[in-house]
Design a protein around this ligand. Structure first.
Ligand code: HEM
Length: 436
């Protein structure tokens, strides 16, 4: 055993902060042994191979999403130990209402997931997405107006956080007069929870933002059912399940809350990484400035190399095998998207950021299968819009040496969670140009 492998095995990926700054050597180490490998601290099966990740994502019959965001770390009430050789589908259902976040879309399985997901998809129509994107271009300019003349900013506070909250607020039709409250509340809660609704190294679970959102959206839905108007919230209030039944206001409120909870921190991290990268790689910045049509693939390559979601859990519902590895029923698997996206069997020279990579978009940064991220078009559009507008309003964007140190000796800090991958802050400097 090499020194490094001993070191990797001694540290617990889920509880220690050893891999927070750079999880990729650890993921590579796991994959080199096997793309499906049980880690020694919790017995969680780490899935670091691309093909294996897709196989699991696409198979809700063998793998349940219950506890997909927490794994065993927020407590697992299901008595899994005694049933390793059985089909535990019914056992999971019997205990489902005791599992963490059981009322949230990411933890649901079919057929309940299918019904609630369809409710969500009825909110993200192509027309609504187009209107939302038009709003993004205007919003990006307004947000940039607040700091551009200073020639420097902490990008998360100044741009990414408010931008991401206000984009989802617009998508869901939050009335303009309430948006300041949403912005203040959701960003404050984010700071207090250290950027993690779940998945800190101590496995904490924060319900604060969800309660705020449940209350707001239940009230909106009840109001619009009583007094329909020509607005997006009335559309939400009138949406039905696929069988035509009318959801309770809280069902709609949960969907809306999911959009904020799942869409806020993730998008902020993607935005911050995109700007970190153009600050670190002036040659890439120059190419993007010269040819804006390269921006969408740049965003895909950001998602592939530094996707904001390190991974999601699944629970084996029956004894099975993946990649030739036996998986007893009741095993937690961690599908490490960040590792699958650097599997050399799928992506050549996977650690290299290649602006022209042909298959960058095949990454699993947004997951895959039935739970694949419904907010992907939003996150992509937000990043494309932000880059374009910042390029329009500046002639050069740099990393602040005062805050992060000189090139070659930068200091960056990353969120201490096993779910999210991303910077805690990013300070930029830029040369503003007069608006044309
Ligand atoms: C870069 C930004 C984003 C990343 C990397 C990301 C990543 C993911 C991933 C990996 C999943 C799958 C989880 C699983 O299979 O267990 C997911 C699900 C989800 N995402 Fe995103 N997401 C992003 C942005 C957004 C946005 C902007 C929204 C909404 C406005 C959103 C809403 C959701 C919802 C509601 C789910 C649950 C879907 C389901 O369970 O059917 N996400 N996301």
């Amino acid at each position: 055993m090499s020194d490094t492998s001993h070191e990797f095995e001694a540290h617990d990926f889920f509880r220690s902060d050893r891999f927070v700054n750079d999880p990729y050597p650890y993921f590579d180490y796991l994959r080199e042994q096997s793309p499906v490998l049980r880690e020694p601290h919790h017995g969680i099966v780490m899935v670091t191979g691309y093909a294996e990740a897709l196989e699991i994502y696409n198979d809700p019959v063998r793998f349940s999403s219950c506890m997909s965001t927490t794994g065993p770390f927020a407590g697992c009430p299901i008595p899994l130990e005694e049933h390793k050789n059985e089909d535990i589908s019914e056992l999971i259902e019997a205990w489902r209402d005791k599992t963490p976040f059981h009322d949230q879309l990411p933890t649901m399985d079919p057929p309940n997931h299918t019904a609630h997901r369809s409710l969500l998809m009825s909110l993200i129509t192509p027309r609504r997405l187009k209107e939302n994107e038009d709003f993004m271009w205007k919003l990006a300019d307004e947000q940039i107006d607040t700091f551009i003349s200073r020639g420097a900013c902490e990008f998360m506070d100044a741009f990414a956080q408010p931008f991401a909250v206000l984009v989802v607020s617009d998508l869901l039709g939050v009335p303009p007069e309430d948006r300041t409250e949403f912005r203040k509340h959701l960003i404050r809660v984010e700071r207090e929870s250290g950027g993690a609704v779940v998945g800190g190294t101590d496995g904490e679970v924060t319900h604060g933002p969800l309660i705020f959102l449940y209350e707001k959206f239940s009230a909106y839905i009840e109001d619009r059912r009583r007094n329909p108007r020509a607005d997006v919230l009335t559309g939400l209030a009138q949406a039905t399940f696929p069988d035509g039944s009318v959801p309770e206001p809280i069902d709609v409120a949960r969907i809306a809350a999911n959009m904020f909870a799942a869409g806020q921190e993730t998008t902020v991290r993607l935005l911050s990484y995109a700007f970190q990268l153009i600050g670190e790689r002036p040659e890439i910045q120059q190419r993007l400035r010269a040819d804006r049509s390269l921006i969408p693939n740049f965003v895909e390559e950001c998602l592939r190399t530094e996707g904001p979601v390190k991974g999601d859990f699944r629970l084996a519902k029956m004894p099975t095998s993946i990649g030739g590895v036996e998986i007893p029923a009741g095993t937690f698997l961690f599908i490490a998207n960040g590792a699958a996206n650097r599997d050399s069997r799928r992506f050549e020279n996977p650690a290299e950021f290649q602006l022209d990579r042909k298959n960058a978009r095949l990454h699993v940064g947004f997951g895959a299968g039935r739970h694949a991220c419904p907010g992907a078009p939003l996150a992509r559009a937000e990043t494309v819009v932000a880059l374009n507008r910042m390029f329009d309003r500046t002639s050069d964007i740099r990393i602040s040496e005062t805050v992060h140190g000189p090139a070659g000796a930068r200091r960056y800090s990353y969120l201490p969670t096993f779910i999210l991958r991303g910077l805690t802050h990013i300070s930029l400097e830029f040369d503003p140009v007069e608006a044309g």
